[in-house]
Ligand binder design. Structure first.
Ligand SMILES: N[C@@H](CCC(=O)N[C@@H](CS)C(=O)NCC(=O)O)C(=O)O
Length: 198
């Protein structure tokens, strides 16, 4: 089984950590989405990472479908069985991924548009959503547990992506997020190594 990924991609980081945590052996294949290699676009018409390809050749995307696939496949569950708790975890994941969507939109606006076409109002709107989400998380931190779930992996990914791309811009007034992140890093060093990297 392999996961097409790039080290800076937050969603790739989330699913690679999840596979490791669930005890699933996957090969990570470094993939440049800008080059749109055949291995990527033949498996995912959207040309996005992460894309998982099973040993039987079944392609699984996007990251939340991959998380559900890993949950059904691994030795450790990534989502609670209890319906109410499961929904809570899935919504936490959706929020963290959604904040990543906003942050990525900001990155892409700068990366793919000529400077004179960068739309400041659009950037501001995305940043407002992201900071509103971060404030919500700061006020509603998931309980710290020894066992991880898909929501917490998405949170670890989000904070890792913020640290990578927005250093100095998100930490103020959010000590709980910072503490949670440091605790995650010390409790799960093997996962820490897979958080977003340059
Ligand atoms: N909702 C998707 C988002 C995936 C996504 O946007 N990945 C980015 C990299 S972080 C990508 O592939 N970008 C290239 C592109 O959009 O062409 C998921 O959760 O997997």
């Amino acid at each position: 089984m392999k996961i097409l990924y790039s080290p800076a991609s937050p969603y790739s980081s989330k699913v690679r950590m999840a596979a490791k945590y669930a005890g699933i052996d996957v090969e990570s294949v470094l993939t440049d989405t800008n080059a749109a290699p055949a291995e990527l676009v033949d498996n995912n018409p959207l040309g996005k990472i992460p894309t998982l390809v099973t040993d039987e050749g079944q392609a699984v995307y996007d990251s939340r479908a991959i998380m559900q696939f890993l949950d059904r496949t691994g030795s450790k569950r990534l989502y609670p069985r209890n319906a109410v708790k499961r929904t809570e975890v899935e919504v936490l994941e959706a929020l963290c991924d959604g904040i990543c969507d906003c942050l990525l939109a900001i990155m892409y606006e700068h990366r793919f548009r000529p400077e004179e076409k960068v739309h400041q109002e659009w950037l501001d709107k995305q940043w407002t959503k992201a900071t509103r989400g971060l404030d919500y998380l700061e006020a509603n931190m998931p309980r710290s547990t020894k066992a991880l779930n898909g929501g917490q992996l998405a949170l670890a990914t989000l904070i890792g992506y913020l640290a990578l791309r927005f250093p100095g811009k998100w930490e103020r007034g959010r000590p709980k997020l910072k503490r949670w992140s440091a605790k995650f890093a010390s409790n799960f060093p093997e996962l820490e190594a897979m958080r977003p990297r340059p």
